[in-house]
Design a binder for this molecule. Structure first.
Ligand code: SF4
Length: 714
């Protein structure tokens, strides 16, 4: 009886940016069997502990199942019609009285591309404001800004295979073993097969990733530009610069080198600034100089900084200087944190971007998008980035915000400011799968969303690979897809252009826009997935993972592109890449007598974000059961706290209580606190409340890795 055999659904893991393929099989007892998808290029059948526990996170306890409206201070159940009328009516009135910039969307790298596309279309093309930003601002916007400065567009040059083909992999500001485990396993396996392959880890902490490293440089927090500017000088001093490549394909090399020379020409000075052994710095520089096939992969330790964009460009400069880019086993590589940070970038989900990788500040791009959408208006200047957006809510410039699939009261820096902002906001709408979160406590309207396993759409992983996330569970209660709720509000506001028969039609429009006025004449845009336009529901459901840009052969078969820039052409108008002059600078706030240590934040292996899903799995919770502050034993002694005891951890922005621990490889002068715990747990352990709200001036990404902090007895 073939009908009795459970059918596996091929989908994508909803956690990190590796974007592993998953096979989910609904079993007769109602449980879901989870396995890796052997045919998926990212993971070839493997899953990490988080991915393999997905089946344990699908229970409906705690789910938001019906719309709710606040009345007389309390939330009550409401119909979708009531809730949507409240949102559309509220936004219409506020826009009529205060203009389009008085409303805002704050969305998430957890959204599927189709959700993101509709949110961006509504805000920029119909409301006419660019006040839509995303929690991806908090994790990879410095990489976006660095790519745009260097390459002319937000383009990741390489692919995962390059990390296996390289003779040297440099991991910067990335605990890859815990945060991108399957990709790390690929690196480790490649190294086992070719023991001569070198792994260098640059991280202030001695993390699990360092266990496989040939060299670990425990640089002082925030000194990456010193290290990579020093490397650029070393490459020039030792004749390793590829003068032919630099002359043929780049601008700005001499200026970048001159800027690096000011402080970083002497490796001893670099070692002193980075507080590492000079011999290790020289070993790293010599290894990099001697190895043609190098990949430098970087993540939040680079991006989450008030100098994040310069850090990214100081890395890219070294690859451009040596021509090590666009070829197998070479290149700078941005590791994205979230499952769809890349998809959000493709549809313009950031306040300073337009759809299909077009630019808000280019009239020709604004005209292209508005004409394609046939929309009544188009935003003509960048909107407010995440930190500014919540500041504008607090000071009353923004009067209505719709928060989708994110929990800013936990995850934003200076999270108490977000609380003050939402308390003052005239209309707070939250779409979520969870009923009770720190943010939902301030909602005037709660909209129940679909979760993983229920929703349908596409995501793009760190190597530009678009893949389907497929639903295999019925929508619980009255939960709806986010793209649909956004369309329903748009239609109630009187906007045409939001009639889609299904999510496949949203994707089709997105694909067509990427090809619209994007011919080979002049300077074609690199992001192009028009080869997927015109798919009906059946073909959309059968879509196989593909790396953009895409092209169709004469027979209609669609091919992806593993690597960019192999032809030496970049996306700047003149086709040349840019080396960007960068100068090292200190973090925005330095430790002082009151706050003598530096707070660093990050993930633990088995939890995801604010634990609303991974927190449901007992075996995942077992790994780290509660929030902690990890610090060097000597610093603990000076602070009068002991391992295993609770301590008060405070900054000038907020405070929390956490248990002291050692053993996380922390250097003197720094402490580490994980990001996952919230005010919903036993104690208010929102580390976001402690983090300073300083941002990078180019990208707007906050400085999560460096806040002056005090630890004392509780
Ligand atoms: Fe999911 Fe990332 Fe683990 Fe892959 S590596 S299974 S995408 S959490």
């Amino acid at each position: 009886n073939l009908s009795a055999i459970p059918l596996a659904v091929r989908t994508t893991c909803p956690y990190c940016g590796v974007g592993c393929g998953v096979q989910a099989t609904p079993l007769p007892d109602g449980s879901i069997a989870i396995a890796g998808d052997a045919s998926h290029g990212a993971n070839a059948g493997r899953l990490c502990v988080k991915g393999s526990a997905l089946g344990e996170t699908l229970g409906l306890d705690g789910r938001l199942l019906h719309p709710q409206l606040r009345e007389g201070g309390a939330l009550r159940r409401a119909s979708w019609d009531e809730a949507l009328d409240k949102v559309a009516g509220g936004w219409r009135d506020i826009i009529a009285e205060h203009g389009p910039d008085a409303v805002a969307l704050y969305v998430s790298g957890q959204l599927l591309t189709e959700d993101y596309y509709i949110a961006n279309k509504l805000m920029k093309g119909y409301i006419g404001s660019a006040n839509i930003d995303t929690n991806s601002r908090l994790c990879m916007s410095s990489a976006v800004a660095g790519h745009k400065r260097a390459f002319g567009a937000d383009l990741v040059p390489g692919c995962y295979e390059d990390l296996e083909l390289a003779d040297m992999v440099v991991l910067v500001g990335s605990n890859t073993a815990w945060c991108h485990p399957i990709l790390f396993q690929r690196i480790v396996r490649a190294k086992e097969a070719r023991p001569q392959m070198k792994l260098v880890v640059i991280d202030p902490r001695r993390t699990a990733t360092c266990e496989s490293a040939d060299l670990h440089l425990p640089v002082k927090l925030g000194t990456d530009v010193w290290l990579f500017n020093g490397l650029l000088c070393y490459l020039a001093q030792h004749g390793v610069v590829d003068a032919g490549f630099v002359a043929a394909h780049t601008n700005g090399f001499d200026e970048a080198l001159a800027a690096a020379h000011v402080d970083c020409a002497d490796p001893l000075a670099v070692a002193r600034a980075c507080r590492v052994d000079p011999r290790d710095v020289l070993d790293f520089y010599a290894m990099f100089a001697a190895t043609a096939k190098v990949v430098t992969a970087f993540s939040q330790g680079v991006n989450q900084s008030s100098a994040g964009t310069d850090k990214v460009n100081s890395i890219i400069n070294c690859h451009l200087a040596t021509g090590r880019i666009g070829r197998p086993g070479m290149g700078p590589f941005s590791l994205t944190g979230q499952p769809n940070a890349m998809g959000g970038r493709e549809v313009g989900g950031l306040a300073n971007m337009l759809a299909a990788h077009m630019e808000l500040d280019r009239a020709v791009h604004r005209d292209t998008v508005q004409t394609f959408w046939d929309s009544p208006r188009i935003a003509d200047r960048p909107g407010l980035k995440a930190v500014e957006l919540f500041q504008a809510i607090e000071d009353g410039r923004i009067k209505a915000v719709w928060i989708i699939a994110t929990n800013p009261l936990v995850s934003m820096p200076d999270a108490n400011q977000v609380q003050r902002a939402l308390e003052k906001c005239q209309l707070v709408v939250v779409s979520d799968i969870v009923e009770k979160t720190d943010t939902n406590a301030y909602a005037d309207v709660l909209l129940p969303a679909l979760g993983w396993g229920e929703k349908d759409g596409t995501v793009t992983n760190s190597e530009r690979r678009i893949a389907r996330q497929r639903g295999f569970l019925a929508a619980p209660g009255e939960a709806r897809a986010d793209w649909l709720a956004l369309c329903q509000v748009a239609r109630r506001m009187g906007f045409a252009g939001f009639d889609f028969a299904g999510v496949h039609e949203v994707f089709d429009e997105h694909a067509r826009l990427s090809g619209y006025r994007n011919d080979a004449q002049g300077s074609p845009r690199v992001f192009n997935i028009a080869a997927l336009a015109g798919m009906d529901r059946r073909r959309y459901d059968q879509l196989e993972p593909l790396q953009w840009p895409l092209r169709a052969d004469p027979a209609g078969a669609v091919e992806g592109t593993p690597r960019l820039f192999g032809d030496g052409r970049y996306a700047h108008a003149d086709g040349r890449a840019r080396c960007v002059a960068t100068a090292p600078r200190a973090p925005a706030h330095l430790p002082d007598a009151d706050y003598p240590l530096a707070l660093n934040t990050g993930r633990v292996r088995d939890q995801w974000h604010t634990m609303t899903r991974t927190g449901k799995s007992a075996r995942l919770a077992d790994h780290v059961p509660e929030a902690f502050v990890d610090m060097h034993p000597q610093d603990a002694l000076l602070c009068g706290v002991r391992e295993g005891e609770l301590a008060r951890v405070s900054t000038q922005w907020g405070a929390m209580v956490a248990r002291v621990q050692h053993g996380g490889g922390i250097a003197r002068g720094a402490v580490f606190v994980p990001i996952h715990w919230s005010g919903q747990t036993a104690s208010d352990a929102r580390v976001g409340a402690l983090v300073n709200p300083a941002v990078d001036p180019v990208s707007g990404e906050p400085e999560f890795k460096h806040t002056p902090v005090r630890v004392e007895q509780f």
